[in-house]
Design a protein around this ligand. Structure first.
Ligand SMILES: Cc1cc2nc3c(=O)[nH]c(=O)nc-3n(C[C@H](O)[C@H](O)[C@H](O)COP(=O)(O)OP(=O)(O)OC[C@H]3O[C@@H](n4cnc5c(N)ncnc54)[C@H](O)[C@@H]3O)c2cc1C
Length: 487
């Protein structure tokens, strides 16, 4: 990118909101993935008009634009693989309207999930999607990845709460999709197109979100099992009862050990646990929890420990949330990485899936921790790799391919909530082989110059072990990056 473009951007946003400082560029080259690449300029716009001007300039000069929220996505979503402009939207963080009587609120894209919920709770409402990154992730990033979390089984994903959007298109044109009403059948549902587009079709500058009533009570039990497969079967036994829990978190022995070691969490030392949450009216919560524990016992659970104490539930939830950092301290030479991290399978296929993941890990000589929001079939695996060993990365990549083949064989998807970007691109291309052409046509129609977050998803070619953040590989960038750079 030439110097004049950066200077022009500086003029559009004003002093202090645009940086080409090497430290800023380095830091903004990361997200929560294994990838890294520095942008050419970092901008912190404060209005939709500024964003529109920047995008027009980028379109004229064929400069990539990468919208960015908190940078917590795990597949390289906001890593600028072709350089260009990082648009940091965290400064646009106002809750503009709270219309509880109409069941909606209007927010800017940089509002943080937990901050929105803190405000909603004052009125007895919430935005219940509950991603694990709740303290940090932004509403813009959540919409762009269709984020969800442990409570999706009962409350759905982000897409279920988006009533309307303001979007700056790749030409700089500003459009409004959807409405402030709960129902709307007026033409193409363009907001749905923007949900999950990962910043490749435009920049979300405002969102109208539907509100949900916060349940009055909840309870949780931790059911321990001597077998991961039995724990997996318990999940579908609960759902088939029929019973609609607000969450079932599955953890295998690798993740239990990691969390107990790192946090002294005191979780049962066994092959697998299910943390099962029910919520609603206090009377129904009590009754449903009795039924849940009964099903757990009949499914082979060796112990259960139900509680409706908020502090206890919070401790268990924190232990679950600590899986990722705890895995990184599993053994000195390993780091825990998001490779095959977010598949979903039909709920009844969980036992087969988890059994296969462990077998694949063993055959490839890698350690894999398996856990996830199993109530809706969403499983996470984190792989422990030696970051400076080529062999270890290759073994990991091999295992990833086999894991995703199994997931597709079981009728699942390679990503339930984290999205595609770089790390899942080849596998999503396999999964979506007959609709890739349609996706490309939509992208071409809206973004003919391919400036919005280019080179990702259906356009990524080559290995996922690429643009790595780890120095051993940064030493040899050409060898690893060439195959995908111009794709
Ligand atoms: C510890 C941890 C736990 C996690 N748990 C979950 C979980 O339970 N469920 C889940 O779904 N995800 C989870 N994630 C992944 C991640 O947090 C989510 O995808 C989150 O929604 C990303 O939000 P963000 O603000 O960080 O977006 P970013 O990472 O900054 O961006 C994500 C993508 O959205 C695009 N984008 C951002 N803002 C806009 C905008 N305004 N307009 C257009 N495009 C935009 C970016 O270009 C990028 O492609 C987790 C991540 C971590 C680190």
């Amino acid at each position: 990118m030439n110097k004049e473009v950066a200077e022009e951007i500086g003029r559009i946003v004003g002093k202090g909101r645009c940086s080409t400082d090497i430290a800023d560029l380095y830091v903004y080259g990361f997200d929560a993935s294994i990838h890294h690449k520095t942008p050419d300029v970092v901008v912190r716009p404060s209005t939709v008009e500024q964003i529109s001007e920047i995008v027009k300039l980028a379109n004229r000069t064929l400069t990539p634009v990468i919208p960015r929220g908190a940078g917590t996505a795990m597949c390289g979503h906001s890593v600028p693989v072709r350089g260009g402009i990082i648009l940091d939207l965290t400064g646009m963080n106002k809750i503009k309207q709270m219309r509880v009587e109409d069941l909606y609120c209007v927010v800017e894209p940089g509002v943080i999930y937990d901050a929105l919920n803190a405000e909603l709770e004052k009125h007895g409402f919430w935005f219940p999607t509950t991603p694990g990154s709740a303290e940090a992730c932004t509403i813009g990033g959540m919409i762009a990845t269709n984020a969800s979390g442990m409570r999706a089984i009962k409350y759905g994903a982000t897409r279920d709460y988006v009533l309307g959007l303001e979007v700056v298109l790749p030409t700089g044109e500003v459009i409004h999709t959807g409405t402030r009403t709960l129902k709307n059948a007026s033409g193409y549902q363009l907001d749905r197109l923007m949900v999950g587009a990962e910043g490749t079709l435009g920049i979300i500058t405002e969102a109208i979100l539907r509100l949900a009533v916060k349940p009055k009570a909840s309870a949780m039990t931790v059911a321990a099992f001597n077998s991961l497969v039995e724990a997996g079967k318990c999940v579908s036994n609960i759902i088939a009862k029929p019973l609609l829990p607000s969450a079932i978190e599955l953890m295998d022995s690798v993740t239990i050990k990691a969390v107990n070691k790192c946090m002294n969490a005191g979780l049962p030392d066994c092959e697998a646990i299910c943390m099962i949450e029910v919520d609603g009216h206090p009377a129904s919560v009590e009754e449903e929890m009795c039924t849940v524990e009964d099903i757990c016992r009949k499914s082979g659970s060796i112990s259960t420990q139900a509680s409706s104490d908020k502090k206890k539930i919070s401790e268990w939830t924190q232990a679950r949330k600590a899986i990722m950092p705890s895995l990184s301290r599993y053994g000195e030479k390993f780091v825990s990485v998001a490779l095959a991290d977010d598949m979903s399978v039909p709920i009844s296929r969980i036992p087969e899936a988890v059994e296969a993941f462990h077998k694949i890990a063993e055959e490839n000589g890698v350690i894999v921790g398996t856990y996830g929001h199993s109530a809706d079939g969403n499983l996470h695996t984190k792989m422990l790799v030696e970051p400076y060993s080529d062999e270890s990365w290759k073994a990991g990549e091999r295992a990833v391919g086999q894991i995703y083949d199994k997931v597709l064989e079981l009728g699942g998807t390679v990503t339930g909530e984290h999205g595609v970007s770089i790390t899942k691109a080849p596998y999503m291309q396999k999964e979506r082989h007959d609709s890739l052409g349609t996706m490309r046509a939509i992208k071409k129609a809206l973004d003919p110059n391919d400036i919005m977050n280019p080179g990702k998803m259906f356009d990524w070619q080559g290995s996922i072990i690429s643009h790595l953040r780890y120095p051993a590989f940064l030493d040899q960038p050409c060898e690893r990056n060439d195959s995908c750079e111009g794709s």
